[in-house]
Design a protein around this ligand. Structure first.
Ligand code: S3P
Length: 488
């Protein structure tokens, strides 16, 4: 058993139809024997003091979305998949462990940062896991794997930490049930849940009710082991890493633009996927934190190298530029089918803007850190069409709003919008001086640590440990640039 620590706050006893499972408190990551990927963690209060000036050249860890997909597709391809730059964060390690539990061979490099190797089982070839799959904090791991397992003829049990077990899953189970899978869930369709899969799924044409790459990907992954053509229609394009990667592994997938600006994606079932070489670019969602820190700490100049800039992920860059940010792209290139560039960030004053709702899917994870930039800007920033923030790792709209208020920033908040009234302009900066609860959410934790760098007095957070889910080494990296973050 691997002790995962206090974040995995499960009920200690839960039942599946006809079965009774007892989990040991704090030991829910009993993922595998012999090759444990996920290590333990404890609550870590942290504090970020106003930083002088940041400077340097850094790279950020690999893209989380691409890392999950590389392990999953490697696990259902034939032959060897070699993955360079895989994010070795807890979320992705949950996926690695789950793929191993289902029969894929996943080999971690001897040295951190080396290439991972996956030897897959072929489409439809995964085997029944002997234990519950614990997805920790990761919605992407849970939701995409539910799609994959819906198309396998056995039952797979999923659980996660308190945050993940509270998140809506009916958006995933609804289309997969239309294809022929069945589910036993906790009330309101939540996890822990059981996927009762079948290798006789029927193909569907599914219009996404919410802009969600996770829902789209779950249906497409199920469609890989489904006869005929599975189609997903999205009215607002969401990140397309699944489409790019299944094509890279050899699947027949076609994306058409629709007249209303949406996309229609059609996948042909039963492809023969062959192992591939994948280079994972730096995660723009992680790069967002040093980028905003560099912009709001006066005098800073820093470069973040190798950032993935898929147009369906780069909404924050466009927004920051509209706010007047000096962000220069250098050395832009394409790596493994994804656009990549180095970003040179120079501090300067920012002004408030309107962020259009149609931009939300391309920067959905970046609103918390954008709100910190907005708090330091001159004037007000209005963000609309962001109701999805309420069902992320926590209710991010509420967490950001309450945290900013505690730090002396004026905000207005609605069900799906937020206005941040910036403190900048007359040389003013946000007051700070508060301890902000992060609610098991890595991005809330990093956002408020960045705010502390630019505030009048230090900003503290109640727990920095969730940062390990997506950005291991964040505190050391930021301190190396000149920040002053300490575990308290
Ligand atoms: C992700 C999709 C997004 C994003 C999440 C990662 C993915 O979620 O918020 O962090 O890898 O597909 P939704 O699909 O719920 O928008």
């Amino acid at each position: 058993m691997v002790a995962y620590g206090p974040r995995s706050n499960h009920s200690s006893l839960f039942t599946w139809p006809g079965l009774l499972y007892e989990t040991l408190p704090q030991q829910c990551h009993s993922i595998r024997t012999g090759n444990n990927f996920v290590s333990g963690s404890t609550i870590q209060p942290a504090s970020s003091r106003p930083a002088a000036t940041l400077g340097g050249r850094i790279s950020v860890p690999g893209d989380k979305s691409i890392s999950h997909r590389a392990l999953m597709l490697g696990g259902i391809a034939v032959g060897e998949t070699v993955i360079d730059g895989l994010l070795e964060g807890e979320d992705v390690l949950c996926t690695a462990a789950a793929m191993e539990q289902m029969g894929a061979e996943v080999i971690r490099p001897d040295t951190p940062g080396g290439a991972w190797r996956v030897y897959g089982r072929g489409v439809g070839g995964l085997s029944e896991p002997a234990n519950v799959l614990d997805m920790g904090n990761s919605g992407t791991a849970a939701r995409l794997l539910m799609g994959l397992m819906a198309a396998h003829p056995f039952t797979t049990f999923f659980t996660g930490d308190a945050s993940l077990n509270g998140r809506p899953m009916s958006r995933i189970t609804t289309p997969l049930a239309q294809m022929g899978a069945a589910f036993h869930t906790r009330s309101e369709g939540r996890m822990p849940l059981a996927v009762i899969g079948t290798d006789q799924l029927v193909p569907i044409e599914y219009s996404l009710p919410v802009a969600s790459a996770q829902v789209k990907s779950a249906v497409l992954l199920a469609g890989l082991n489904t006869v005929g053509q599975t189609t997903v229609i999205e009215s607002k394009p969401s990140r397309d890493h699944s489409e790019r990667m299944v094509a890279h592994f050899g699947a027949d997938i076609v994306t058409q633009e629709t007249p209303d600006g949406g996309r229609r994606i059609t996948l042909k079932g039963y492809p023969e996927l062959m192992g591939q070489k994948i280079t994972v670019p730096g995660d723009v969602s992680s790069a967002a934190f040093p980028i905003v820190a560099g912009l709001v700490c006066p005098g800073s100049v820093l470069t973040v190298t190798g950032v993935g800039l898929n147009p369906l992920r780069a909404g924050l860059i466009a927004t920051l530029k509209e706010m007047g940010a000096s962000l220069v792209l250098e050395n832009d290139r394409v790596e493994a089918g994804e656009p990549v560039a180095d970003l040179v960030v120079t501090a300067g004053s920012l002004k408030g803007v309107e962020v259009p709702p149609e931009r939300a899917p391309s920067m959905i994870d970046e609103y918390p850190i954008l709100a910190m930039a907005a708090a330091c800007a001159e004037g007000s920033t209005r963000m609309t069409g962001i109701g999805e923030l309420r069902v992320k790792e926590c209710d991010r709209l509420d967490a950001v709003a309450r945290g900013l208020e505690a730090c002396g920033v004026q905000i207005e908040e609605g069900e799906d919008w937020l206005v941040v009234h910036g403190s900048g302009g007359t040389g003013g900066v946000p007051k700070g001086g508060a301890t902000v609860p992060v609610h098991l959410d890595h991005r809330i934790a990093m956002s408020f640590l960045v705010l502390g760098m630019a505030a009048e007095t230090a900003v503290s957070i109640d727990d920095a440990s969730p940062i390990a889910t997506s950005f291991p080494g964040f505190i050391d990296l930021m301190n190396g640039l000149g920040a002053s973050i300490s575990i308290t």
